[in-house]
Write a protein of this length. Sequence first.
Length: 387
Amino acid sequence: MAVRLGRMEENDRQRLVERIHESGRQLVLSVTGGGSGAIPALLAVPGASASVLEATVPYAAAALERWLGGSVDQFCSERTARAMAMAAFERARQLSDIEPLSMRGIGATASLATTRPKLGPHRVHVAWQAAEATVALSCELVKGLRSRGDEEEIAAALVLAAAAEACGVDVDLAALVDPAIAANVQRREQRAPAVWTEMLLGRRNSVAIYGSGSAADVASAPAILFPGAFNPLHEGHEQMAKLAAEKVGAPVTFELSITNVDKPPLDFLEIADRLEELVAKPVLMTRAATFAEKATLAPGCVFVVGIDTLARIGDVRYYRGDEAPRDAAIETIGKHGCRFLVFGRTIDGRFENMADVELPSALRQLCDDVPESEFRADVSSTELRSN
């Protein structure tokens, strides 16, 4: 039985999927909340094994968090769709040995009509990830205008359109969905400079980013390195950087790692957004997910950290409960001549600094504490995002 999908005629839709299969690209798809109809639409057409490596539907919250390697700020958002697409791209790299430039990750998350009223709008976010680009498509649907089935058709059509575009196949979105919906689709795209692609593929470990946005090889290790997500940059970060520069007597370089221990790498739209937060500041963009790796890239530097970050470095829970890799990481940091300048912060309503946290003695010896009398900023990026 033919898979119904959107307004496109069956023969035209089949030819569109055939062209995806013939494109020479290989895909992994991850879809949650709606749009999963695109998966059988792709698999129902002969030749799917040439393009579809895997398709997954992490529908439960726990399943999605496992797919992404951690908690999610908002389950239905453009950012989550992009993270899903990046996770799918990385999964494609695990499953296939073809050139990474021919791999694609597709991610989609939707909030559609259901058996209970929803406070927010009905919406669909779809993204595709390649080694040289991140593209996101978002569409808000009029609540109460369509049935769940009709909204599913729209979501599936948008996923199929993203897959086609990712494979270099021309697609008329208005032919897949209602022209009015097609006109309402918001698109964001970030093409990657060559060095960003090299970073994503692991062919480069770091790059210096200057205020103009230009990138260059790292000339020398920074004296002070301030690692963080800076999502967003806030007044507390600015105060920490200012105090660190005064105490050490050197300029501060902000470090943005595109990799995380368990989560997928930052996509190119996310990188561009984070760098926009850091505009006009010296930035070192790296693939260093751990402080041991950061120390190797920036020997002799002083790390600017909050007490919560320092506590994680010394907590065996972040080393699968094993003290040996924790102690080895601390030893590596020390051998590279690195130290920590530690700032207190409010955690669960209580301001904490080094005196309030249990730390391995080897780690504590590498630290200098900034007293509360010199710094206190009760603000966090997480709170700012939630607000």
